[in-house]
Design a protein around this ligand. Structure first.
Ligand SMILES: Cc1ncc(COP(=O)(O)O)c(C=O)c1O
Length: 401
């Protein structure tokens, strides 16, 4: 900024927009800027008209977010990705991009994250969408519903929240495509370390990056991984609806993602040990974990996921317990925290009937199979024996009263 200007002007402009840097930072910087400048307005016009690539305004795109999007597309072995301010913003945008609108039909898995269920059971029907819920592990039922409902889209989770059902995504994608429906898979629990939905015919792979991808419980975010062709309508949607991820959040997520494979390996090893231990405990009535031979889709999980990796999420029922006893058990835990999230480095418990699936009424929960005895456990990366020790002590103490 030229000398001789007033201190008011210099305070605003000095130091900004320096000469083009001739250095390359090792890590992607946080581009905390809303706007981007061009040498000429013709250049800007070209970017706005999609004739050349570039950044204009951060709701349209930002280099920090673009670095995260490139990394996510790469891990999912796909062409493109788009980041969102939360997992739910991504779920919502994926449904719109898949063509869900008034007078169309949508099929959703029954056993699915509570807010996704609420979106499909409440918000979209209010807008004139016909929604049906199915058990996506029952392929016969699904096939019938697809042919009668003729939906434009089907939404499901790779590993379901909170019952850990595993969906046969390759077979389901084929079925849905036969009737022209788009397939949206929420891959939050599996992560690209376990499964890459786009390689199995899925059209939109959704993530709550808040969870395993960022991994440290300090940043909310979402993403959709998809083809280049599908990214364009999604980009138009985010430009209009604005559910963007901020560049600082994108940066934190990108940093977290670097250790995703390492963390997932530890989450999976720990979860398998914990699930085996829980299954052998006399006070545990049932354990839902795809790595156990007792899991109804254990063989499918072995076929879909890499050897020995079944995820870090477990749910289990405490024998003869009611809400009060389950609460006492959760409060007795010292290492495992009762936080309303999952996929962090910390081990976390959650009571689905109270939080993640509260939006469902008692009848809907009963239909899905979410009982008042059910606890969800996100196994962290701490020492497995110490996680088990905490569970053992709390189970023992909560029963003694
Ligand atoms: C499977 C799944 N999908 C989506 C979401 C929503 O993510 P967010 O909280 O980032 O909006 C969650 C949140 O718990 C989830 O568990």
């Amino acid at each position: 900024m030229a000398k001789g200007k007033s201190i008011f002007t210099r305070a605003v402009h000095a130091g900004e927009r320096g000469a083009k840097p001739d250095f390359k930072p090792v890590a992607t910087p946080i581009y905390n800027t809303v706007g981007f400048l061009y040498e000429s307005l013709e250049d800007l016009d070209g970017v706005l008209g999609n004739e050349r690539e570039g950044y204009v305004y951060t709701r349209y795109g930002n280099p920090t977010n673009a670095a995260l999007e490139e990394a996510l597309a790469n891990l999912e072995e796909s062409e493109a990705a788009l980041t969102f301010g939360s997992g739910m913003a991504a779920v919502h945008a994926s449904l719109l991009a898949a063509g869900v609108k008034a007078q169309t039909a949508l099929i959703s898995a029954y056993d699915i994250y509570g807010a996704t269920y609420a979106l499909c059971a409440r918000l979209f029907p209010e807008l004139g969408v016909r929604v049906q819920f199915v058990d996506v592990t029952n392929l016969e039922e699904l096939k019938k519903t697809l042919s009668t409902a003729r939906p434009v889209a089907l939404i499901l989770e790779t590993i379901s929240n909170p019952l850990m059902k595993v969906a046969d995504i390759p077979a389901i994608s084929k079925m849905a495509h036969q009737i022209g429906a788009k397939v949206i898979v929420d891959n939050t629990f599996a992560t690209p370390v376990l499964f890459q939905p786009l390689k199995h015919g899925v059209d939109f792979c959704v993530h709550s990056t808040t969870k395993y991808i960022a991994g440290h419980g300090d940043v909310l975010g979402g993403a959709i991984v998809t083809s280049k062709e599908n990214r364009s309508p999604l980009h138009e949607i985010i430009k209009m609806t604005g559910g963007n991820l901020g560049p600082t959040e994108a940066w934190l997520t990108l940093r977290g993602l670097k250790t995703l494979p390492l963390r997932m390996r530890q989450h999976c090893q720990n979860a398998l040990e914990v699930a085996r231990w829980l299954e052998s405990h006399p006070r545990v009535a049932r354990v839902n974990y795809p790595g156990l031979p007792s899991h109804p889709q254990h063989e499918l999980a072995k076929r879909l996921f890499p050897p020995g990796l079944f995820g870090g999420m477990i749910s289990f029922e405490i024998k003869d317990a009611e809400k009060k006893e389950v609460f006492r058990f959760m409060e007795m835990l010292e290492l495992i925290l009762p936080a309303t999230t999952l996929g962090d480095v910390y081990s976390l418990t959650l009571y689905p009937a109270m939080s993640s699936h509260r939006a469902l009424g008692p009848e809907e929960r009963a239909r899905v199979g979410i009982s008042d005895r059910l606890v969800r456990l996100s196994v962290g990366i701490e020492d497995a024996a110490e996680i088990i020790g905490d569970l053992e002590r709390a189970l023992e103490k909560s029963y003694r009263g």
